[in-house]
Design a protein around this ligand. Structure first.
Ligand code: DGY
Length: 334
């Protein structure tokens, strides 16, 4: 068989966004690859068109894989997300179509927990507000209450969503900063994990009422849509801070902007937004919010590990029939 015939026999995959060249090179050893080095943002129609005849797609969390796309791409067998979150996948439709979904868990846990804590500290200690003030040339003298914020050490840390990242934040708070940690989750952790994280399970209302700093780390789904809206914000302490590193849509951003303006809560730190990369215009005009562009997992080693894991899922499934982190393993039994 000549090299051209061998290339023709390789499964075909699409890489939907620009990614690390070394990961593309690894995939090219196994697949006929179309990549996107210019990082063009394809429409749904363009994505569907580019997937014709392809068995796999490397996605990065923003590409929507739904029933309509699946019906139009009958050769597709696997969608490998370079993200732990997978709310861009309609998993039920993928399972019905016999298409495997994979995500990239674990490799980003500690990095994302680091960022959650960094955002919490920047928010509580008003770092962004203070920096803007300084850059604008307003710093002319000391004042007893200048940018006085809230303490982190010894405060009560509330965590909504206690998966791997939530547990990482709990450990940082309890062991690094002597915080009292309370959490709410769909299901309570086992006693050993609670003890390891020094975290106590509470109801959602108690979490809202008692937390000095509330961090959101729950997955997005129809049931977590606007889990924090006007009613929930009203239950929080006026001195409390809220940090969202989970997904846009979990917080009602319009209601949050009102709460921040009215000082219903003291401050917020947001890495994710409803309809991102658009940001609710009212959030851009309130001072007491720290805004970052969805970068919680963004360190070079972690992003590289995430990309390798997505690539290894494509290779694992299409070449060896053994994906590493399947989301809908029922497809493997088909
Ligand atoms: C994830 O992995 O879900 C993150 O939000 C992407 O950075």
């Amino acid at each position: 068989m000549n090299p051209t015939e061998m290339t023709r026999m390789k499964p075909q995959i699409l890489i939907a966004r620009a990614i690390f060249p070394e990961v593309i090179a690894k995939l090219a050893q196994h697949f006929d690859v179309e990549s996107n080095p210019s990082d063009a943002l394809w429409t749904q129609a363009e994505l569907t068109h580019k997937l014709q005849g392809r068995q796999g797609v490397f996605t990065t969390g923003g590409e929507r894989i739904d029933a309509e796309l699946l019906a139009a791409c009958p050769d597709l067998k696997i969608c490998a997300n370079m993200a732990v979150g997978y709310n861009n996948f309609d998993i039920a439709a993928m399972t019905a179509a016999g298409v495997l979904g994979t995500n990239a868990p674990d490799v980003l846990t500690e990095t994302t927990a680091d960022f959650g804590f960094a955002l919490l500290m920047a928010t509580a200690r008003r770092m962004a507000e203070a920096e803007h003030f300084l850059r604008a040339g307003h710093w002319t003298r000391w004042r007893y209450d200048m940018f006085a914020g809230a303490d982190i050490h010894g405060a009560t840390l509330g965590i909504l969503g206690m998966g791997r990242i939530g547990q990482g934040i709990a450990r940082r708070g309890a062991m690094g900063f002597g915080m009292k940690v309370i959490y709410h989750n769909r299901s309570r952790l086992d006693a050993a994990t609670e003890a390891e994280c020094k975290a106590s399970f509470v109801g959602k209302e108690e979490l809202l009422r008692s937390a000095d700093h509330l961090v959101l780390v729950l997955p997005y789904s129809a049931s977590s849509h606007h889990a924090i809206g006007a009613a929930e914000l009203a239950q929080m302490k006026p001195t409390a801070t809220l940090v969202n590193i989970a997904r846009g849509g979990i917080v009602d951003d319009a209601a949050l902007a009102v709460a921040l303006r009215n000082k219903t809560i003291a401050a917020a730190g947001l890495d994710v937004f409803e309809g991102e990369p658009k940001v609710h215009p009212d959030l851009l005009t309130v001072p007491n919010v720290v805004l970052t562009p969805h970068i919680a997992s963004a360190t070079m080693p972690t992003r590289l590990a995430m990309a390798h894991l997505a690539a290894d899922n494509l290779i694992g499934y299409l070449i060896h029939n053994k994906p590493l982190t399947p989301l809908n393993p029922a497809v493997l039994a088909l």
